[in-house]
Design a protein around this ligand. Structure first.
Ligand code: FEO
Length: 133
């Protein structure tokens, strides 16, 4: 059973962004599976790197969208993204140094963060992009 499941409540009404958010769910579930399967550190590290790269990719895409449609809260939203990138970078570095494990607490934090960010931050730009993309 996956840790985190997509449903329409997470839709921002932009197909490309919804697909990218689904990918976050998928990577988080992959981390969950790798933890449950007690896979070796290298495999877990590979998934963490995938998360790190996808975070940067998705945030850039979303920020381009907000810029294109002159979303007024873009700067505050960008700051949220920058904070998340720093946290993920630290997570990957700490993991590589053996200071961080991927456990259920970390995965719950990650899945809560993703869900809350989409529901409480991302969805606020819906009125500005709806019907335009
Ligand atoms: Fe979809 Fe603001 O991240």
């Amino acid at each position: 059973m996956p840790l985190i499941e997509w449903n329409n409540a997470f839709s921002v009404g932009v197909q490309k962004i919804d697909e990218e958010h689904r990918k976050f769910f998928s990577i988080t579930n992959k981390l969950f599976d790798s933890m449950q399967g007690a896979q070796d550190r290298e495999v877990v590290g590979f998934v963490l790197k995938e998360l790190q790269q996808y975070v940067v990719y998705h945030f850039k895409a979303e920020e381009s969208l907000m810029k294109m449609y002159n979303y007024p809260n873009m700067n505050a939203h960008k700051q949220e993204h920058e904070g998340a990138i720093k946290r993920v970078n630290k997570l990957v570095l700490d993991y590589e140094r053996g200071l961080q494990t991927v456990d259920i607490e970390l995965l719950k934090f990650l899945s809560d963060w993703i869900q809350n960010h989409i529901l409480q931050i991302d969805r606020k730009y819906i009125p500005y992009v709806r019907g335009k993309v």
